[in-house]
Write a protein that binds this ligand. Structure first.
Ligand SMILES: [Zn+2]
Length: 112
């Protein structure tokens, strides 16, 4: 029940001032708990926004690195031949694809 509706209900049901004082204290304690909860949620929300932003930066960095890391991870050769391309399981929402290459120097398959 909303705190204000709760207070109105209490006033209607119990009209004397001692009871009202007691109920106002209960209400005050409830408001305090709600304020603490809001504070906790605001803190958590700020932390989640920060993490989302960091993740976004990592995704953008990963995407831009994709165009530059075109060397074989096994022998270091730049002689890579594209063999296949598929949606990245980790970054498909960002439109990033995993591309597989075959190294012409050592024959190993390399995925970016
Ligand atoms: Zn190689």
């Amino acid at each position: 029940m909303e705190p204000i509706q709760f207070l109105k209900k209490l006033i209607n049901e119990n009209g004397n001032s001692d009871t009202l004082k007691e109920h106002l204290e209960i209400l005050s304690a409830q408001l305090s708990r709600i304020e603490n909860k809001v504070q906790d949620l605001e803190t958590e929300n700020a932390e989640l926004k920060k993490r989302l932003n960091e993740q976004k930066n990592r995704t953008e960095s990963f995407a831009s690195n994709q165009h530059h890391s075109s060397h074989c991870g096994h022998c270091g050769s730049a002689l890579l031949k594209k063999t296949e391309s598929s949606d990245s399981p980790s970054f498909s929402e960002a439109g990033i694809k995993d591309t597989t290459y075959q190294c012409s120097a050592c024959g190993e398959k390399v995925a970016f």
